[in-house]
Ligand binder design. Structure first.
Ligand code: DC
Length: 402
């Protein structure tokens, strides 16, 4: 694999999640050898029956194909038991084996519960576990797996600048009692630091070095309007990262591999326990591909420029023209969606909401509705109600002042 990566020198390499052990080993290899490539995982695609797609399925007879569905069914029964609170390996594995035993044509090679990154066997799932099967169905060896994650749900909200993400995410987090993860603020903080240190934006080597010693913090506050303060290397930068100068430089900086690797790792660490609403450009596609709910917020360029203009007016920045903002937004859209690393795009399973003619309340209601539907389907607890006592949600449009 190292030889292949050295010859092809890709910036991005895709591997299927179906071979989860291969994926874990390659991720580890790339991290240990510091290889300049981003490893992306592709979710397992399934037939309507649940059977994982594979070129090997062509060797299955009609009867074997029906039996092969037991692999997925057994993993699902373990997933169900896990959701109901079972954490011990012995009963989880026994449940899978019992389900597989109902298909006489299946010869189990292994059923294992291991740590998803280190692949060490687990006696109990603490944060997450990889439950993997390899079995012969007739003469054909098939594999399948499921990741059991012990965490609260995650809502991923992606979309271009000015689509209403920040306002909606901030208020959703407060109304639903979830943490707010503003990943754009992290990219902005790094941009501010690079500019403050006088490092040219195209000096990737110095910026990569800076990433090694950088500490960015998102600190929750009690404030309804400004729930998060941002600090980088112990400096308070909440307001400083919203200037037009930082905004103009953040796109090229966020396209750099070292910056993305450092910030995505931190975002995943913050999301380990779930219970958060995360906003950005690549949350549903890259940072949390397993998020319970993915939303893609859009709005026309004209509407988005108007919202930004209004924000600047409210902050006393009155010498910025609407036309200039519109041009800048178009340029940022272009840069964010055409960069090779984690470009802005809608995840295949994301729900698109166009916010042009919607109020904040309408967008929030739509998202909470979808969230409740998703959790009801997965059998988890329903979402908390939106209107928590003592926390009225102000009736404002998306473009209204913060
Ligand atoms: O959401 P925002 O305008 O604060 O984001 C600032 C920039 O950060 C945006 O132009 C692209 C970048 N960004 C990113 O590349 N990936 C994210 N997940 C979030 C933001």
């Amino acid at each position: 694999m190292t030889k292949l990566l050295a010859i092809a020198q890709p910036t991005l390499a895709y591997f299927g999640e179906k071979d989860a052990q291969q994926l874990a080993i390659i991720r580890r290899l790339v991290a240990d050898l510091n290889l300049p490539v981003e490893i992306r995982s592709c979710p397992t695609l399934r037939e309507a029956s649940g059977l994982a797609l594979s070129s090997r399925n062509q060797y299955l007879s009609v009867i074997e194909r029906a039996e092969a569905v037991s692999l997925w069914r057994s993993l699902q029964s373990a997933q169900q038991a896990f959701r109901q609170g079972e954490r011990e390996a012995i009963p989880l594995l026994a449940g899978v084996k019992a389900e597989l035993a109902t298909a006489p044509g299946i010869q189990v090679q292994y059923v294992e519960l291991v740590h998803p990154q280190t692949l060490a066997p687990l006696a109990r799932v603490e944060a997450a576990g990889l439950l993997a099967i390899a079995a012969f169905v007739g003469g054909t060896r098939l594999i399948d797996n499921v990741i059991l994650v012990n965490r609260q749900p995650i809502i991923a909200i992606d979309g271009p600048a000015g689509s209403g993400k920040s306002t909606v995410t901030r208020r959703l987090a407060q109304a639903m009692g979830l943490l707010h993860l503003d990943t754009g603020a992290m990219y902005r903080a790094v941009t501010w630091l690079v500019m403050k240190q006088g490092i040219p934006l195209n000096d990737e080597a110095s910026i990569a070095e800076l990433m090694g010693e950088m500490k960015v913090e998102l600190l929750p506050t009690d404030s309804w309007e400004e729930p998060t303060r941002v600090r980088i290397n112990n400096e308070e930068v909440t307001d400083a990262i919203r200037t037009p100068e930082v905004t103009a430089s953040v796109s090229p900086l966020s396209a750099q591999l070292a910056v993305r690797q450092a910030l995505v790792a931190e975002q995943r660490r913050l999301g380990q326990r779930g219970g958060l609403v995360a906003e950005g450009r690549d949350i549903g596609t890259n940072v949390f591909p397993n998020a319970e709910l993915k939303i893609y917020l859009t709005a026309s360029v004209e509407e988005r420029a108007k919202r930004r203009w209004q924000e600047f007016q409210n902050r006393g920045l009155t010498d910025i023209s609407l036309e200039k903002l519109q041009r800048e937004i178009q340029q940022r859209d272009y840069q964010d969606s055409t960069r090779p690393l984690a470009p802005l795009r809608q995840a295949a399973d994301a729900i698109e909401i166009n916010t042009d003619r919607l109020t904040i309340e309408e967008v929030m209601e739509e998202i909470v509705q979808r969230y409740q539907e998703k959790l009801a389907l997965s059998g988890d607890n329903p979402a908390p109600a939106l209107d928590r006592p003592g926390k009225p949600i102000p009736k404002k449009g998306l473009s209204s002042p913060p």
